[in-house]
Design a protein around this ligand. Structure first.
Ligand code: SF4
Length: 981
């Protein structure tokens, strides 16, 4: 049926004005989901038959008719809406453009969105299941059927489960692109086997926010901000790139000031009103000086602080000698940060104190319209980087710019994760390879230490899955990964779920080809403005054929080759593990409508959209559609806007039964928790000794919702950090980085590696020809002064960059876009394939390399470079470049932050002109030295067995993917203390 246009008058005066202006110009108004005029987009009532002229037929005017089918981009975390243009004649996708119905991306995409077509048509992609036919890494494969692969893998998994070897099963996620499906599968298997890439990505950023709010991400309302404060090289060039960037652009047009702290001149920095290029690791010092300025000039939002900070808890714990009054706390706060003068910050950061003062005054004048973010970048680069995020949010908390218009929201307010049809119980095991005792406060799995833990003999893996993940390439110390992945004693079976070849898949036993964004189902939701939406990724050819009246029961029926989507794959694999239901797994993958039959994705998502997305059934019914049909047609549904300060809302009276209130105002209730369709992850504060759940916080005589922290308030003082062995870091503060100037030898520089170009997709760019044509190298940024000092005379000269465990050889780029004393290299390039793998992968965008071990260390050298070649895609004959960059991550040892668990990416390096015989892209690594660095960083930890205040291995309230059952939080017997402290 033809969908109706929305009721424009109901959309408000802003829309009415835009409509009048548009119609005044004689144009047809198309509001899209955003309520702005989107004249350039196909209006949705014409999505069944959209007509364009065929550009290739020009000058002849040949019409092409398309069905426009929505899906969601999978090429970064933003999940922008895409429209697939499905040719009605060939029933193939012609191109991807933006989906104007998407309220987050609003029809816009970055270069990576439309480039999805390259990935789909990539002549190098993997189309059939493959089984290793030689030694691991030998490059010999045989094509097998899905049945053979799944039967063999299921038999292994079943045997491991029957023998109670649950901890030998692990699924390692790269780009999640979905909210919770894989965790649900693992829970159904009873396995604590979820592993993620988060501790090489964003744990440092998350940790600082979680200790404040109990929620691990900010959601800045950029569009309405007066001041935008970004500590990030990555924020607008990779993380929520397009949806955030377009709102920052709007804010700038409305006069907002943008402040960027980034040692490198990033794309974001080029658009800033104030660009600060600090000494890496000093960012928290600048934040603290700004905080001190806000305090000393009395521009603190004192009423907000009084109501919402846990100042009473702070006074009780740290200043019991003082009167317990807000006036006491104000007096203390005025002294606590007094030493953080502009001069001190200038000394640490190398930025002029006058510049810091100028920026501080802009921040202090923002009031409640202060939108801030810290992600990757400094928080991911430095020992103690999580304090960068904690001190960034400190500024928002001082200004009261929390969940205000133009302020910074906790992300849970602007995200919606619908409850699924089946919710398996928490697993009954604890995976110590991911959650070891040394890191009781780690934000996420200690994924990048896995090779070292396996080498330590802490465990083994029977079956290891990687899913859209490339651990050898993505992690630091990738050759240690390669060593364990080639050791069948340590990893019994490696299954790579991947759409494309990658550096890890070469060492797999099975390759299972999974789909790109137009070939798979997922739901997801991300914080991009003050509202909540749910997006639906779908196999577009399946939806197109269903629109034509065909029935599709398996996504392989429409995908290229035998490419499958993961959700159907997981259902099938789970049934094969537990064919008779005896293990209790199958029931979580069974149809409810047809008991005893397999769950289908139509039922899974149909149930979810019918039962767990408020308003969607009604919106669908208004168009005569089922909720699933609505999502197949539009790809997204906006649930709500203008959430506002949810923490300040009263708790409903019916939730206040048999309450108890602590001395600091935490309110507990005996009433059962209401079932919410939104299961967005947040921390889960602990119950009181009587088992009553925390429900709110008493503020000025009312019981308000508060935050999911133990105190219910914003935790200026973290009792968790204090009681888990880190009292010196319980307040927002400054931790000197491992690359602080005092830690560097006179001839060392700091290498920044935590950024990438906005046109690259981590490990899947090599399969996107447009993106590779745009950017295909990663030179080392060197300031002219350093270049002169080091004897690097020209851009393009080769340099050796020496790390603690080896070196890489790259081209120099002499630029004033980097601070003297610091060099930088983007992590997006340096893809390679092993010599001898041509039979299965032309590796068109990868260098061909030879790896050699000489008894003491590894060396890698390119034996061939990218060149034009014959394929089904004529464009591969037009490749004009040969450079593919250098894989620097191989030369980085692991640096686990002892608190957040984040890998601290920055490196202390020596840079010098390349030696005779060096070649661009050369890498040398001594993995024995990487073991020594690993041990040195492990010595910084304070293990749970020594510091746990209550006999548990980790604070139960902290967020954790796939939490095991509560009793699993107890320390193992050999570590348990006789009495809780
Ligand atoms: S920002 Fe670009 S890569 Fe990321 S989801 Fe949007 S279009 Fe895709």
């Amino acid at each position: 049926m033809t969908p109706e246009l929305p009721d424009l008058d109901a959309l408000g005066t802003r829309v009415s004005a835009a409509r009048a202006a548009t119609e005044g110009r004689g144009e047809t108004f198309y509001p899209g989901a955003s309520g702005i005029h989107l004249a350039a987009f196909p209006p949705r009532e014409r999505w069944d038959d959209w007509v364009e002229l065929d550009s290739r037929a020009w000058p002849a005017r040949v019409e092409r008719h398309s069905m426009l089918v929505p899906t969601t981009c999978f090429n970064c975390e933003s999940a922008c809406g895409l429209l697939a243009y499905v040719d009605r004649e060939t029933l193939q996708v012609r191109k991807f453009e933006g989906n104007p119905e998407h309220p987050g991306s609003r029809g816009r995409n970055c270069a990576k969105g439309p480039s999805t077509i390259n990935q789909v048509t990539d002549p190098d992609r993997i189309l059939y299941p493959l089984k290793r036919a030689g030694a691991r890494g030998e490059g010999l494969w045989e094509r097998v059927s899905w049945d053979e692969a799944l039967d063999a893998i299921a038999a292994r998994l079943r045997k491991a489960l029957e023998e109670k070897r649950h901890n030998e099963i692990m699924i390692h996620i790269g780009r999640p692109g979905e909210d919770g499906y894989t965790e649900r599968v693992l829970a159904s298997w009873g396995v604590d086997g979820h592993n993620s890439h988060t501790n090489v990505c964003s744990s440092g950023g998350r940790t600082g926010f979680q200790f404040w709010t109990g929620i691990d991400r900010p959601s800045p309302d950029y569009a309405h901000a007066k001041v935008i404060y970004l500590v990030s090289a990555h924020l607008e060039t990779g993380h929520y790139f397009n949806p955030h960037a377009q709102r920052i652009t709007e804010a700038r047009a409305n006069g907002a000031k943008v402040i960027v702290l980034d040692t490198r001149l990033s794309n974001t920095a080029t658009h800033a009103d104030h660009w600060l290029s600090p000494q890496p690791g000093s960012e928290a010092a600048i934040n603290l000086a700004i905080a001190q300025h806000i305090i000393s000039t009395d521009r603190v939002n004192w009423d907000f602080v009084r109501r919402w900070w846990n100042w009473e808890e702070y006074l009780d714990a740290c200043r019991p000698e003082l009167e317990r009054s807000f006036a006491s706390f104000q007096a203390v706060l005025r002294t606590l940060y007094a030493s953080w003068t502009f001069d001190v910050a200038a000394q640490e950061s190398g930025i002029d104190s006058s510049t810091i003062a100028e920026v501080a005054d802009v921040v202090a004048g923002a009031g409640t319209r202060f939108a801030c973010h810290s992600w990757r970048s400094a928080a991911a680069g430095n020992l103690g980087g999580w304090q960068v995020s904690r001190t960034v949010f400190f500024l928002a908390a001082l200004l009261g710019a929390v969940a205000t218009e133009g302020g910074t929201f906790p992300n849970a307010y602007n995200k919606f994760v619908p409850r699924p049809i089946h919710t398996p119980a928490h697993p009954g095991v604890w995976q110590e390879l991911s959650w070891p005792l040394e890191f009781p406060l780690a934000q996420n799995e200690m994924s990048f230490l896995l090779p070292h833990f396996l080498l330590d003999g802490r465990g083994r893996l029977d079956t290891y899955f990687s899913r859209v993940y490339n651990p050898v390439w993505t992690n630091p110390d990738g050759l240690s990964w390669m060593e364990v992945l080639t050791d069948e004693e340590k990893v019994g079976c490696y299954v790579a779920l991947t759409p494309t070849w990658n550096e890890s898949a070469y060492f797999a036993d099975w390759i299972l080809p999974t789909g790109h964004s137009s070939e798979r189902h997922d739901t997801h939701s991300y914080e991009q403005y003050d509202g909540q939406w749910v997006g639906f990724r779908q196999p577009v050819l399946r939806a197109a054929r269903e629109r034509l009246g065909e029935t599709v029961t398996d996504t392989r029926q429409v995908n290229p080759g035998e490419v499958w989507e993961e959700n159907e794959l997981w259902i099938e694999l789970s049934w094969r593990i537990d064919p008779d239901g005896a293990l209790g797994i199958r029931r979580h993958h069974e149809s409810r409508a047809r008991p005893g039959e397999k769950l289908t994705v139509d039922e899974y998502y149909g149930w979810m959209f019918e039962n767990s997305v408020p308003g969607l059934p009604e919106a669908a019914a208004a168009q005569g559609l089922t909720p699933l049909a609505y999502m197949r047609r539009y790809g997204v549904y906006e649930i709500t806007r203008d959430q506002g300060a949810l923490f300040d809302r009263p708790v409903p009276a019916d939730e206040l039964t048999d309450t108890a209130v602590t001395a600091t105002g935490r309110v507990f209730t005996a009433a059962p928790a209401p079932t919410s369709p939104n299961i967005v992850p947040t921390a889960s504060p602990p119950p009181d000794p009587s088992g009553r759940r925390p429900v709110g916080v008493a503020v000025d005589g009312a019981v308000l919702t508060g935050f999911p922290t133990p105190s219910g308030r914003l935790e200026f003082y973290s009792s968790t950090l204090a009681s888990w062995g880190w009292p010196e870091h319980a307040l927002p503060g400054y931790i000197r980085s491992h690359v602080h100037p005092d830690e560097l030898a006179p001839d060392q520089l700091v290498l920044l590696s935590t950024f990438r170009l906005p046109t690259q997709i981590h490990t899947r760019s090599a399969n996107s020809k447009w993106l590779d044509e745009i950017s295909h190298t990663n030179p080392v940024w060197i300031h002219p002064r350093d270049a002169t000092r080091l004897g690097v005379s020209r851009t393009g000269d080769l340099v050796r960059v020496e790390t603690e465990i080896g070196y890489f050889v790259a081209k120099a780029w002499i630029t004033e876009g980097i601070r003297p004393g610091v060099v930088a290299c983007s992590h997006h390039m340096g893809r390679w394939k092993l010599d001898g793998h041509d039979a299965v992968s032309a590796g068109s965008m990868m260098a061909t390399v030879r790896l050699h071990h000489d008894g003491t260390g590894w060396s890698m050298r390119a034996s061939d470079h990218v060149r034009p070649y014959e394929s089904t895609d004529p464009d591969t004959r037009r490749i004009w470049w040969s450079d593919t960059g250098v894989h620097q991550n191989l030369t980085f040892p692991v640096h686990p932050d002892p608190i957040s668990g984040m890998h601290c990416w920055h490196q202390a390096v020596r840079v010098r002109p390349a030696e005779p015989g060096d070649s661009h892209g050369d890498v040398a690594v001594d993995t024995a030295r990487s073991r020594a660095v690993y041990r040195a960083w492990m010595a910084r930890t304070r293990p749970a067995g020594s510091v746990s205040p209550d006999g548990s291995r980790r604070p139960s309230w902290l967020m954790r993917p796939l939490k095991p059952r509560p009793e699993l939080f107890a320390l193992p017997d050999e570590h348990a203390r006789p009495e809780p402290r």
